[in-house]
Design a protein around this ligand. Structure first.
Ligand code: 5AD
Ligand code: SF4
Length: 477
């Protein structure tokens, strides 16, 4: 599946754009049937998957029910990603398939949502003749009106980026959910301007969601049986919400604490952290609460200070390593994972070696690894030359993947004999006689079912075996 640009294990859905998009559906949340149906596929980051649940909620309000069968849909939506060229190619392929469905069922509407809609705007309507709707990430409230426009035969387009929209009041329709873990979006957009990245252009300026609406969503999820929430943002450490009534400001550490206090039985995770912004205050908050998971996704991108500067990451190798040391000092049990880009503009072999060495020093439990893909309009595309050959990019990527496999294997082997608290998420992929669940460090553990255990419960599991991707264990009596 990842022959060209592989990630390590595919444990997480994020940036898994080569994967068939997830189809969302959850029976108990269906509105009255008999009306119109929508089908939605999502690609890209967790934020996109979370957005699809907002879209589903908006559509349910106006009488649309979700369907898993594209052939039954009156409205086919594809929530898209622009992060690498490949992500966009995957979406174009899917649009070809939807074209065929449309020719069999005239009147079916096809809509492109998300980052590609934002990046390509009206051009998408010209390039993809059978697309009826183009809706950017801040315009989902307008979907019902845009659908009406398209039904009347006009094209529906809204790619307006907002400075305020956080969809704070919308209760997402939990689609295709395991009923145990859920995402909560806490902020939107990104102000960082990493030179390789399209996100500031597709998702607009950074804005933080009302802290009380976040706590209310977590409380509601817990009441409905959920036992883990992941707080999502492009850069959660810069979360900052000012209460308009009191003027008091809530930062990320404070928000984390508020959500952790919803219930000790509700686990809290978050993603993504930025090395320049993650504070000791956040680390100490994590240390104080057992239910805040000891896992930090801290993308390094490169281990070389010159490349980091060209990437406009605003930290250098030393700064990053200092943050890693702070994490292991304050949270000795914490696992750290990363995103890595190989073959960025002008990267030399020596500089690539710095990436390999920082991976060892940080001892990542896992990484998402990519070769550099130039994105039109980004600072790197405008100011730097994409001059590392594809062959070198891919070879360096293979070095990085090989090393990460070794590190993950070693990291997991070190867990053999240890007992972890695991939140049961459901049956393992392999067998319905086994459960899978994660420990605090976000490692997937598979173990044989024992009578009486159910998804959503915590169980102590002793690890017996480990591969580079999974731990195998038994329930501790
Ligand atoms: N090329 C390759 N990888 C990229 N990423 C973001 N933009 C690019 C690009 N142009 C990677 C980064 C980021 C992750 C979500 O995707 O590693 O952290
Ligand atoms: Fe893809 Fe980035 Fe948009 Fe997420 S924010 S969908 S990763 S381009």
């Amino acid at each position: 599946m990842y022959d060209d640009n592989p990630t390590l294990s595919g444990i997480r859905k994020e940036i898994d754009e080569e994967k068939q998009g997830e189809v969302f559906f959850r029976e108990q949340t269906l509105p009255e049937d008999g009306g119109r149906h929508f089908y939605i596929e999502s690609y890209g980051c967790q934020m996109n998957f979370s957005d699809s649940e907002i879209v589903a909620s908006i559509l349910a309000e106006v009488g649309f029910s979700p369907t898993r069968e594209v052939e039954r849909a009156d409205l086919i939506l594809i929530n898209t990603c622009s992060i690498r060229e490949k992500a966009e190619e995957t979406v174009r392929k899917r649009l070809r398939i939807f074209d065929q469905v449309k020719s069999r069922r005239p009147g079916t509407l096809v809509g492109v949502l998300g980052c590609m809609a934002e990046r390509l705007k009206a051009k998408l309507l010209e390039e993809e003749k059978l697309v009826d709707l183009v809706v950017g990430p801040d315009a989902y409230r307008d979907l019902p009106a845009l659908v009406s426009t398209a039904e009347e035969g006009d094209k529906g387009i809204n790619v307006f980026l907002s400075r305020e929209e956080t969809y704070a009041d919308i209760s997402p329709l939990r689609l295709d959910s395991n009923g145990v873990t859920a995402f909560i979006s806490i902020m939107r957009g990104c102000d960082n301007m990493c030179s390789f990245c399209v996100v500031p252009f597709t998702r607009g300026r950074e804005r933080s969601r009302n802290a009380f609406s976040i706590v209310a969503e977590a409380t509601d999820l817990h009441r409905n049986g959920y036992r883990e929430v992941t707080l999502l943002g492009q850069n959660v450490d810069s979360y900052k919400w000012e209460n308009p009534e009191t003027g008091a400001v809530v930062n990320f550490a404070e928000l984390l604490e508020m959500v952790a206090q919803v219930d000790p039985g509700l686990r809290v995770r978050f993603s993504t952290s930025h090395p320049k912004d993650i504070t000791d205050e956040v680390l100490h908050t994590m240390a104080r609460h057992d239910n805040i998971c000891k896992y930090i996704h801290l993308p390094v991108q490169s281990g070389n200070s010159r490349i980091l500067e060209l990437m406009n990451r605003t930290y250098d190798r030393e700064w990053y390593l200092e943050r890693v040391r702070a994490i292991y000092r304050i949270l000795p049990e914490c696992a750290i994972s990363s995103d890595i880009i190989t073959g960025f503009c002008s990267e030399t072999e020596d500089e690539h070696q710095d990436t390999l060495s920082i991976m060892e020093l940080a001892n990542y439990s896992m990484s998402y690894m990519f070769y550099y893909s130039e994105r039109p309009g980004t600072p790197a595309a405008r100011k730097l030359t994409d001059d590392v050959s594809m062959e070198a990019k891919k070879r360096r990527l293979q070095d990085v993947i090989r090393l990460q496999n070794q590190l993950s294997f070693r990291h997991n082997q070190a867990d053999i004999g240890k007992t972890f608290e695991v939140l049961i998420e459901g049956d393992s992929k392999r067998s319905d006689e086994e459960f899978k669940g994660r420990n605090s460090q976000n490692k997937m553990i598979v173990f044989p079912k024992t009578p009486g255990l159910k998804p959503g419960e915590y169980v102590r599991v002793r690890v017996l075996e480990a591969t580079s991707a999974t731990l195998l264990g038994v329930v501790e009596k």
